[in-house]
Design a protein around this ligand. Structure first.
Ligand SMILES: [Zn+2]
Length: 488
């Protein structure tokens, strides 16, 4: 059996001031794709492992991912679709396909970019080729995705520590279809609510309650189910949470399952709301807490949620409110990296940091810094999420600003893994305060050694204050922008 493997990932933030280009995805084809992803705890790594059977030939189609930014530029998305079409035309005939997509990717002219990619696939392989699709828990699932894919499975964890398991579950589903099991159907129920990610953990809190309620309702008619909280920063019409079920047997029963779970999700909507202290209050609390490191999360500037990563708000607050406390943080500022490069290692420079991209929410701060070291900014993720995945923050410099060790890079950086700092010679355990820019995913890696985690509220394009997000295109009414009745 020839099984095509495809993975294109991006969680778009339509409010980001920086658009996405095709280069951001580092798309790979052919054997290069397999060599790059094999052995990683990702969907593609999972696909490769589950298909390692004597009766299966893995046919690599296309794979890559981009960090969160604004919509993909129109012509760049057209090029992506062309690359996919060319690679797939060269690969057919296939017996089946495994496809990993995020589910919250948007392009100019395509609110449902994943639906558009699935359309390209179906045009080439036809409507009946068995295809199983995996999605991120923050996917904005559409009718189009469910119709064009056969079976759809989402992550069951946030922080996402089950990419690999999600992929192997999809692989098993596909292999059962190819062995003669009836085709599954995916049914879904949208939930008209937008909730912040911070309370979307699956181990505890309101979202965990929704998941365990779903588990208690599952019958043999529901082969698999997924619940999608959807990430908040999508200003598109078909926006909201989703409950989805895959069935071989009774579509009506699967729909009833989705309806009941959606109702429970809706009923808990107020429990998802969060309120965070401003930087000065959070820093004061951190200094009053015994032990270290105290991890302060500024989720409004999270690069994995589409923020530019250019907030110097926490640096300013640390210099003001904790002048002697060893602390570290990352921020993105190309000009500052270049300024430091001109000065060289060991030099003392006056440099402006922050506010380079988000001119609405950010202000730069000018500081005296010592240049400690440079690097190419590459690092390998080693925690429980994306383990083995290589990533890069671009050319990077470590600056010492008072007691704060500031890591500055040219590209956005994933903030969820302490390897961000360790790869640059900075040990978070040695600091009283570590600032990370991530809503929830960082918890999986930092919680085991953090003395305490405190969320910090600043404005930004990935703010958790849903009512402050300038939505224009989202279908109304929707909670919490409107008060409404919802009876699925
Ligand atoms: Zn996610």
């Amino acid at each position: 059996m020839r099984i095509g493997v495809l993975g294109v990932h991006q969680e778009c933030n339509t409010f980001s001031p920086i658009p996405t280009t095709l280069d951001d995805f580092h798309l790979r084809l052919g054997q290069d794709l397999v060599d790059h992803w094999r052995g990683t705890r990702t969907e593609i790594g999972g696909f490769i492992d589950i298909l390692k059977r004597p009766d299966v030939e893995i046919v690599p189609i296309l794979a890559g991912w981009a960090i969160t930014k604004g919509r993909i530029l129109e012509l760049e998305f057209a090029r992506m679709k062309q690359m996919l079409a060319d690679s797939l035309r060269a690969a057919v005939p296939l017996d089946g396909m495994l496809v990993a997509l995020h589910g919250a990717m948007c392009a100019e002219g395509a609110d449902d970019a994943e639906g558009a990619l699935l359309e390209v696939i179906r045009e080439i392989v036809g409507p009946s080729l068995p295809l199983c699709l995996t999605l991120d828990l923050h996917a904005n699932v559409t009718e189009q995705m469910c119709r064009l894919a056969g079976g759809v499975i989402g992550y069951r964890t946030y922080p996402h520590i089950d990419l690999y398991e999600t992929a192997t579950a999809a692989g098993e589903m596909l292999l059962r279809i190819l062995a003669g099991e009836p085709r599954p159907r995916t049914v879904m129920q949208k939930v008209p609510m937008i909730v912040p990610g911070e309370n979307m953990q699956t181990a505890y809190g309101p979202f965990a309650e929704v998941w365990s309620y779903a588990k208690s309702l599952q019958t043999p008619d529901v082969e698999s189910y997924s619940i999608f909280g959807v990430q908040a920063w999508l200003d598109i019409q078909e926006m909201g949470g989703t409950v989805l079920a895959v069935t071989h047997t009774d579509e009506a029963k699967a729909r009833e399952f989705c309806r009941l779970v959606a109702k429970r999700f809706w009923d808990l909507r107020k429990e998802f709301e969060v309120r965070f202290p401003p930087p000065a209050t959070a820093i004061k609390e951190a200094l009053e807490t015994a032990g270290q490191p105290i991890v302060l999360s500024e989720s409004s500037d999270s690069p994995t949620a589409g923020s530019p990563g250019d907030s110097a708000d926490m640096l300013r607050a640390l210099l003001d409110g904790a002048p002697g406390a060893p602390a570290t943080l990352w921020l993105r500022d190309e000009a500052a990296v270049e300024r430091a490069e001109q000065a060289g290692v060991g030099a003392k420079v006056k440099v402006s940091l922050g506010g380079a991209y988000d001119k609405i929410n950010r202000r730069p701060v000018t500081v005296d810094a010592e240049v400690l070291r440079f690097s190419d900014g590459d690092f390998v993720m080693t925690g429980s999420q994306y383990s083995g995945m290589k990533t890069s923050m671009g050319r990077a410099v470590v600056l010492q600003v008072g007691a704060v060790t500031v890591l500055v890079s040219k590209l956005p950086a994933i903030n969820i893994d302490p390897q961000l700092f360790r790869s640059q010679g900075i040990e978070p355990r040695d600091k009283k305060i570590v600032v990370v820019k991530s809503a929830t995913a960082f918890r999986a890696e930092y919680k085991p050694f953090a003395a305490r985690i405190i969320m910090v509220g600043t404005p930004g394009v990935s703010t958790s204050n849903i009512r402050a997000i300038p939505f224009q295109h989202v279908s109304r009414p929707v909670y919490p922008l409107d008060e409404l009745e919802f009876n699925p």
